[in-house]
Design a protein around this ligand. Structure first.
Ligand code: MN
Length: 424
C-alpha cells in the first residue's frame, strides 16, 4: 500500500468529517493571494499547504526537487520529475502533516508561513495544457446519442466497441472553476430546408466528464502499452466540457466537433493524484467483442468516483440534475492512453485527456442536458419552479466529485461556472 493512503492516518490539521481533503488526499494545485505570487500548493481540510514555503524552510530535503519546481504558475515543472518523484513528494507531505510527526507541528512560526486558510486564496489554472484530447468512452452516453439522432436498434456505430473513439480538442480555452463563460455564437441551421444563420447558441449544454493529466511520454514513434500507461498518468480533475448543440449539429459533418466545443472547457482546480485514487480502483465491464490485443489490460483501471451536476439559476437555490459515476466508463484510462499512442503519437507532460460525457444507465445519471431533457422534449423542473431544457443565461453549472469507502472520502472539490449572455 502507498504509505500516504493508510486509512488510519490522522492529521494535526483539523479536517471536517465530510471534507474532500483528508490527509489521504493531498492533491496538487496552483494558488495565489493578493500578497503571494502563484505557487504550487496542496490542501488538507480547509487549509492550503504552501509547498513553495515548505521547500524554502527545508522540509522537502532529499527529494529531487528545486525551488523553481514550486515557485511557478503551473504544475508542469513538478510533473516533469515523473511518477516516482511526485509520489515521494505526496508521501513526504503525508508524513509532515500526520499526527505522529512533530517536525512541523511544533514550530508554530513555520506553520504560520506554510498554512493559509482556503478562503483567503484564489485557485489558478493548475496545468499548462499542451494538447487536449476528448474521448467518447461512456457506452450509455454513446447509446443515448445514437438512439436520439440515428437508430435505436443500432445506436452504437460499428467502430465503438473496438476503438476508444476520440478527437483532438482545444487546449487554449480550458479554464479553471470560477471563470465565467460567454454564451457562444456561430452558424446554426434552424431547419432542414432553411439556410444557416449566425446567432448565439440556444442549446448550450454541459458535459460531465473527468480528465487525466499526463507526465512526459515517450519519443515520437514509440507507443505506451496498457501495462505501462499508469506510470504516465499524474492525476485527475473534473471537467465540464461545454457544448453548443445547435452549432455542433450543423458543423460536425464530416470531421467532427469544432467550434461547438472549442469555446470553453472548465476544470476543477485540484489535481487528485492516481496514488490517492488507488483505493477506489475497481474492475471494469466485460468487453464484448474481445478487444484487440494492444487494448487488453491486467488489473483494475476503472474508478468508483461519485459525480453530480447542479444548476443554480441567478438568485435561486441549486437543483441537482444528475448523479453519475466514473465507474460507468466502458474504456478505461490505460486503454485510452495505449490507443492514443499506438500509432506512434507522442504525448507530453501536461497533456489533458478527457473521458467524454459520463452517463450511467438510468435517466438520473445522464451527464448532459441533451440526454436529461432528451433533446429538449422532457424539460427539467428546477427547485425555483422554472424549467430547463438547456442552460440559460446567468445559470451557474456546478459539478462535484468524490470517492468514498468505509474509511475515507477523497474528493475533487468542484468546478463551478457561470454562463453570461452573449455579446450584443
Ligand atoms: Mn466532451
Amino acid at each position: 500500500m502507498i504509505k500516504a493512503n493508510d486509512p488510519s492516518l490522522t492529521s494535526w490539521v483539523e479536517v471536517q468529517k465530510d471534507s474532500d481533503f483528508p490527509i489521504q488526499n493531498l492533491p496538487f494545485g496552483i494558488v495565489k493571494t493578493d500578497q503571494l505570487k502563484p505557487r504550487v500548493a496542496s490542501r488538507i481540510g480547509d487549509q492550503i499547504i504552501d509547498i513553495k514555503s515548505l521547500f524554502i524552510l527545508g522540509y522537502l530535503d532529499n527529494l529531487p526537487f528545486a525551488l523553481e519546481d514550486f515557485d511557478c504558475s503551473s504544475l508542469n515543472q513538478l510533473m516533469k520529475k515523473g511518477k516516482r518523484a511526485t509520489s515521494d513528494l505526496r508521501n513526504r507531505l503525508s508524513k509532515l502533516f500526520s499526527d505522529t510527526n512533530k517536525d512541523l507541528k511544533n514550530n508554530s512560526h513555520h506553520v504560520g508561513q506554510v498554512l493559509i486558510p482556503a478562503e483567503d486564496i484564489e485557485m489558478c489554472m493548475p496545468v499548462e495544457i499542451g494538447d487536449y484530447t476528448d474521448f467518447y468512452s461512456s457506452r450509455d452516453h454513446a447509446t443515448n446519442v445514437g438512439t436520439m439522432f440515428r437508430d435505436p436498434n443500432n445506436a452504437l456505430l460499428p467502430n465503438w466497441l473496438w476503438i476508444p473513439v476520440g478527437y483532438h480538442g482545444r487546449a487554449s480555452s480550458i479554464i479553471p472553476s470560477g471563470v465565467p463563460i460567454k454564451r457562444p455564437k456561430g452558424q446554426i441551421k434552424p431547419s432542414d430546408d432553411a439556410d444557416p444563420v449566425f446567432a448565439s447558441s440556444k442549446l448550450l449544454d454541459f458535459e460531465l466528464e473527468m480528465a487525466f493529466i499526463t507526465f512526459d511520454g515517450k519519443p515520437l514513434g514509440d507507443n505506451i502499452s496498457t501495462k505501462e500507461a499508469k506510470d504516465y498518468i499524474f492525476g485527475m480533475c473534473i471537467m465540464n466540457d461545454w457544448s453548443a448543440r445547435d452549432i455542433q449539429k450543423w458543423e460536425y459533418v464530416p470531421l467532427g466537433p469544432f467550434l461547438a466545443k472549442s469555446f470553453a472547457s472548465s476544470i476543477s482546480p485540484w489535481i487528485v493524484t492516481m496514488d490517492a485514487l488507488e483505493p477506489f480502483a475497481i474492475e471494469g465491464p466485460k468487453q464484448d467483442p474481445k478487444v484487440l490485443s494492444y487494448l487488453e489490460y491486467e488489473g483494475n483501471h476503472h474508478y468508483d468516483i461519485n459525480l453530480e451536476v447542479g444548476i443554480q439559476p441567478e438568485n435561486a437555490e441549486e437543483t441537482i440534475v444528475c448523479k453519475s459515476n466514473y465507474k460507468h466508463m466502458y474504456w478505461n484510462m490505460v486503454q485510452q492512453l495505449a490507443h492514443h499512442t499506438v500509432n506512434g503519437c507522442n504525448i507530453r507532460c501536461g497533456d489533458m485527456m478527457a473521458s467524454g460525457t459520463i452517463s450511467g444507465p438510468t435517466p438520473e445519471s445522464f451527464g448532459s442536458m441533451l440526454e436529461i431533457s432528451w433533446r429538449g422534449t422532457k424539460p427539467v423542473k428546477m427547485n425555483n419552479g422554472s424549467e430547463r431544457k438547456f442552460i440559460q443565461d446567468n445559470d451557474t453549472v456546478i459539478m462535484r466529485g468524490y470517492c468514498k469507502n468505509e474509511h475515507v472520502r477523497i474528493g475533487f472539490g468542484k468546478v463551478m461556472t457561470k454562463v453570461l449572455p452573449a455579446d450584443e
